[in-house]
Design a protein around this ligand. Sequence first.
Ligand code: URA
Length: 209
Amino acid sequence: MGKLVVLDHPLIQHKLTMIRDHRTGTKAFRELVDEVATLMAFEITRDLPLEETEVETPVAKAKAYRIAGKKLGIVPVLRAGLGMVDGVLNLIPAAKVGHVGLFRDPETLKPVEYYFKMPPDISERDLIIVDPMLATGGTAAETITLLKKRGAHNIKLMCLIGAPEGVKAVQTAHPDVDIYLAALDDHLNEHGYIVPGLGDAGDRLFGTK
Ligand code: URA
């Protein structure tokens, strides 16, 4: 079973409270999501392997460390996932970015791919899927399936808020994928919103409501 990690760093929790607040407007919401994405990226890259190197300081030669040639990819799920991309790129500026767009078929209620554009070498990359809300888990699970079909095999899922239903769905479908959240909330309501959540992440990010 993949890990479920709730990142309880005080700065993440403080900023998440401001993100949840219904009085927070579009500009502040966007900035805060960006900042939390950076802080979360810092936490979830803790396990990147290091290799030893040497550096010459103004004073002397020193034994030092650098990240051991890992290639990373960020995969935002359209549309709300876009709000987390720059925050991750702040820390990992050389990462490539692939995009996934899915819509729900009104008949089958299953997610259907309408956009999928990845860097060509996703099988060699550690991928971080970003999407602010892990609600039913249907979109996240399908995104992971699509990435695996194209050869990806090292995938992490990073969301601001998860519902237990979504966590279970992803863990059941993809037990190899670790899930990172800033908060695990209570449940989904009858409209598919996370309770208490933060409302519609896409609308709040882009001011479309
Ligand atoms: N998507 C959102 O934007 N908010 C939710 O609460 C659930 C899904």
